[in-house]
Write a protein that binds this ligand. Sequence first.
Ligand code: SF4
Ligand code: SF4
Ligand code: SF4
Length: 368
Amino acid sequence: MKISLPVENHQPLVALQGFLKSLLDNQIVDVILTPMRTPGGAVTPALVSDPALLEHADPLAPVLPVNAATWAGKVSLRKPHPRLAAVLRSCEARALVELTKMAQASLEDLLVVAIDCAGTYTPATYLNKQANSNAPLWVDLYASIRQQSEFTNADLRPACQICEQPVYENAPIRILLLESDLEQAIWIEIQDELGERLGWQGSAANGHSPAIEAYIASRKQARDQAFTEIRARLEGDEGITGVFAACIRCHNCMTVCPICYCKTCVFKSHVFDHDPMKYLEWARQKGAQRMPPDTMLFHLTRQNHMALSCVGCGMCTDACPSELPVGLVFRAVAERLQQTFEYLPGRNVEEPLPLVTFKADEWTEVGE
Ligand code: SF4
Ligand code: SF4
Ligand code: SF4
């Protein structure tokens, strides 16, 4: 059903906080994972069990410090686990689906509350912009999309500027911010049974508004242009070694990636703790050995392991101290791979991972 959550005194955040509180008050869940405002103004995911503390919840704040799918997975996986509601943006919800398929999360007692996303800033940009703004930063972001007045914002995280999936459709609860007049009411799509338990009566849900379609079309255009530019670099003289030339193999991109879940990554193991004479051997073979070594092997291995499940959240780009376009490279490579297997990560939890699915008649052209 689709319900209209009334907004009083032009305060949609208070209305949303009240809705989340009703999930705890009605014992739908035991705890809620949601972005929370800290006393210093930073916004970070937190696990909230006390309904009174939800007055600090801020799912509207346009900032993405971590991909919270990782933490939804950790709280949901092993039994016994609490009944959890997780307030997630689209790239987080899609990562959670992929983690579920990889047995790193469980949707059994996990209620995804998917919020439409108008883009996010890095934590530093968010704090800086918010300190210089009289209004919450989400006000202009959502209004400009709804009024179709402005779709480009160079301050947003690079991944958000090319994100063509700001809306996640397969969640039991969807907060339809992009089609709501946030001054008046917030549209929420909710499973009938859940809506009835919360005492709502609603109407049948309908599709995207024209504003969302235009917003997605503009993001697709930006994405395609970014793909064209990075592919020209990857396939030109610079090549992938040139693009990653400044990589210091700090592993930040891997640590923050929601899909890279291995607890003992081979690149952090003794396998890559080479003997001293091995370094000398390499230096003599080539005349000089780049240090740290193995950077390309690291990126190619990581792509090999997770490109099919890359959801384009851009956490890797944000975390790179060398400011390399890691997420864009991964997305550009992943797009072709995902198209080959007709696989869209995060689309459907029932859709099997291509790499664990054997089809006898697949890729027959390879080797011909
Ligand atoms: S990548 Fe997309 S869903 Fe994720 S924060 Fe950016 S705009 Fe939102
Ligand atoms: S975060 Fe940047 S510098 Fe660090 S390993 Fe990844 S690409 Fe290399
Ligand atoms: S590789 Fe980067 S963009 Fe892709 S899922 Fe991991 S962190 Fe997100």
